[in-house]
Design a protein around this ligand. Structure first.
Ligand code: SAH
Length: 220
């Protein structure tokens, strides 16, 4: 199979299957055309094991090994939409690269992504996968997301794909003026997708509803 036919998808990964997923997300309230187009474009079947490829366009999280999951498309769409609403920035810090699905959805919509993942083995595969999809505006680093990535900060946006009891202070420090952060916050079973905007002298916080993520492992 050529990489081109892989990318276009065949059979269970056909345009119709993807359209159904997009329609479902629209029905659930995703409005951003850019985001919906990306959900249609990004070949999610290439981010999971071949054995799970037939389920890649279901709106569900799936295992990706190492006890981690690929995020549910609705949640990726919701987080991306929130992050980019009236966004005029350029740089985004992503914590929890995983298989890189969220990264691939976001990459064409921003200038540059800096992405941190604690499991080097996952990162190695993800780097290669995104290269094969011709995504080049992402810089990766193995490391502990609790620390952010000070070198390239502050960031106009920060997106975190793992849950913590509170927002890591280092991430708030690395948020640019008027920058926004979206992440799941709270204990297992009671996580809320939280949206933070940095104002002149305070952080404004908003809940976007209940979610369920793997934990942001402390001190990785
Ligand atoms: N963004 C992925 C979902 C990743 S799941 C997607 O699009 O599907 C969450 C990821 O966060 C896992 O890969 C996990 O290894 C990573 N993670 C957990 N704790 C971390 C930490 N402290 N620092 C960096 N990455 C972490």
């Amino acid at each position: 199979m050529t990489s081109n036919s892989l990318r276009q998808g065949i059979g269970m990964t056909s345009a119709r299957t993807r359209d159904r997923l997009v329609q479902r997300l629209r029905d659930q309230g995703i409005r951003s055309r850019d985001v919906l187009e990306q959900i249609r474009n990004v070949p999610r079947h290439l981010f999971v094991d071949e054995a799970l490829a037939s389920r890649a366009y279901e709106d569900t999280a799936l295992p990706i090994g190492h006890g981690q999951t690929i995020s549910q498309p609705f949640v990726v769409a919701r987080m991306t939409e929130a992050l980019l609403a009236r966004f005029e920035g350029e740089t985004v810090l992503e914590i929890g690269t995983g298989c890189g699905y969220q990264t691939a959805v976001l990459a064409p919509l921003v200038k540059k992504i800096y992405s941190v993942e604690r499991i080097p083995e996952l990162l190695r595969k993800t780097r290669q996968r995104l290269r094969e999809l011709d995504i080049y505006n992402v810089q990766f680093r193995p490391g502990d997301g609790w620390q952010g990535w000070p070198k390239y900060g502050p960031y106009d946006g920060i997106i975190v794909a793992a849950a913590a009891p509170e927002i890591p202070a280092k991430l708030l420090e690395q948020l640019a003026p008027a920058g926004r952060l979206v992440m799941p916050v709270g204990p297992p079973g009671r996580q809320e997708l939280t949206f933070v905007t940095r104002r002149d002298d305070h952080f404004e916080q908003l809940s976007l509803g209940a979610v369920s993520f793997v934990p942001l492992v402390p001190g990785a």
